[in-house]
Design a protein around this ligand. Structure first.
Ligand SMILES: Cc1cc2nc3c(=O)[nH]c(=O)nc-3n(C[C@H](O)[C@H](O)[C@H](O)COP(=O)(O)OP(=O)(O)OC[C@H]3O[C@@H](n4cnc5c(N)ncnc54)[C@H](O)[C@@H]3O)c2cc1C
Length: 396
């Protein structure tokens, strides 16, 4: 059953109150920037969110979530995005939220019991392992990782990297080639659940990204799979469905990312306006009196509003017509919003001067973390090509 507008407004207001408090409370933890030292603090917030009946909002009511449509959920993601740990305390953070979707859609009852239920409860974390250092992630049909059937098991060998949040995760969903000679490259791969305590699963390192190795949920690992033996019951869906399952995960996932980025942009914009009006540059004037600042404020506002409308429009289309019909819209928002985010963060940092380079505001942390928005889930260029090709098809 749909959530009514009235009920949704109530949910939104409750979520906003929690996030407003989190923004203040998380500030000292952002300066330390150490996930393992933040877990207890986040756990207290998670308990509060659970008690308020707002946990895992992205999930259907039958499975313990709020049963929102994507248009409504997108609006919550914007609010979550304003705090660094916003998504985490509601248990709708990447990569777990995407893995929950896969398991809900394709998990067997054993997989649901062993992997999905503890994930929904927030008792464990997970990761998604597709990209490889030796192959272009933009064309994942080129992949060296293999899963070879051996009796009732599969044996997985491969080298992945940028497996986000692998550090401390209980299992990985791994993409591996099962049918290398299939004439359709999109039918060659399958997805497997690999518990991280499987012999042969090895985190080589947390990769230093923009000068930051991070830890736990806030890290990106290089991972080796050496002769990892998993039972065939850990295959997700059917053999050869790896790419179609991955594709399903990406549609709603891009709405989540884009609305989170809009939340970050709004917060950066707010900080920019606050600083502009309080920073005196001479006896009578603040930064806000300068035309160049006003231009940044106007440009940022209109870009953020345009981005929000585009994303909500895509969300509506997915709700009503499905992700396949909305593929152009999904690609458009992916590169458009990632670039708005980057421009707004950059202006906000510039306006803060040296303060913008410190971790006394969340701007620098976001800037380091979110430069990748233009790369992960498909780089800008790939999405632009897809949009242009689809449009040009109509002319040729
Ligand atoms: C912070 C972060 C987190 C990530 N998390 C995960 C994760 O959890 N799990 C996972 O599996 N992967 C993850 N990734 C990997 C991500 O999905 C890939 O980086 C992405 O798909 C691009 O692949 P690549 O890095 O191999 O770049 P390549 O494919 O080598 O492309 C390099 C560049 O070439 C250009 N390019 C590529 N193709 C084209 C084209 N057709 N036309 C024009 N230009 C092109 C683009 O500018 C692109 O940025 C993450 C990446 C980052 C940075």
């Amino acid at each position: 059953m749909n959530v009514t507008d009235k009920d949704f407004l109530e949910i939104k207001s409750k979520v906003s109150k929690i996030i407003d408090r989190l923004i203040v409370d998380e500030a000292p933890y952002l300066q330390k920037h150490n996930f393992s030292q933040t877990i207890d603090f986040l756990e207290q917030y998670r308990q509060e969110v659970k008690s308020a009946g707002l946990y895992t909002p992205q999930i259907s009511k039958e499975n313990g979530g709020l049963g929102l449509n994507l248009y409504q959920l997108g609006q919550l993601y914007e609010i979550f995005g304003q705090a660094f740990f916003g998504l985490y305390i509601f248990n709708c953070q990447a990569p777990d939220a995407g893995n929950m979707e896969i398991l809900l859609e394709h998990g067997t009852s054993d997989q649901v019991e062993q992997f999905l239920n503890p994930l929904l409860e927030g008792k464990i974390r997970s990761c998604f392992s597709m990209t490889e250092p030796d192959n272009p992630g933009s064309n994942p049909t080129l992949m060296n990782t293999t899963a070879i059937k051996d009796g009732n098991d599969y044996i997985i060998n491969g080298h992945k990297w940028f497996t986000s949040s692998a550090d401390g995760a209980s299992f990985a969903i791994v993409m591996a080639i099962t049918d290398p000679s299939n004439s359709n490259p999109y039918l060659r791969a399958s997805q497997f659940i690999v518990p991280t305590n499987t012999p042969g699963f090895q985190i080589v390192r947390n990769i230093s990204v923009m000068g930051d190795e991070g830890d736990g949920w806030m890290s990106h690992a290089e991972v080796k799979y050496t002769h990892c033996r998993v039972p065939s019951s850990f295959l997700l869906g059917k053999e050869g469905q790896g790419f179609s399952i991955a594709q399903e995960r990406l549609g709603p996932g891009r709405i989540h990312h884009c609305m989170r980025w809009i939340g970050i942009s709004e917060r950066a914009f707010h900080l920019m306006c606050q600083h502009a009006t309080s920073r005196k540059i001479n006896a009578n004037q603040t930064l806000a009196d300068q035309q160049i600042t006003q231009s940044w404020i106007a440009d940022s506002k209109v870009e953020i509003n345009a981005a929000r409308l585009l994303v909500l429009d895509a969300a509506k289309k997915i709700d009503h017509q499905g992700a396949k019909e909305a593929k152009i819209e999904i690609s458009m928002i992916k590169f458009f919003v990632a670039n708005v985010l980057q421009k707004v963060l950059d202006r906000a940092i510039q306006l803060h001067g040296a303060l913008g380079m410190t971790d006394d505001t969340p701007l620098a942390l976001w800037y380091r973390h979110e430069r990748a928005a233009r790369i992960y889930d498909g780089p800008d260029e790939v999405h632009k090509l897809r949009v242009a090709r689809e449009i040009l098809k109509q002319y040729s």
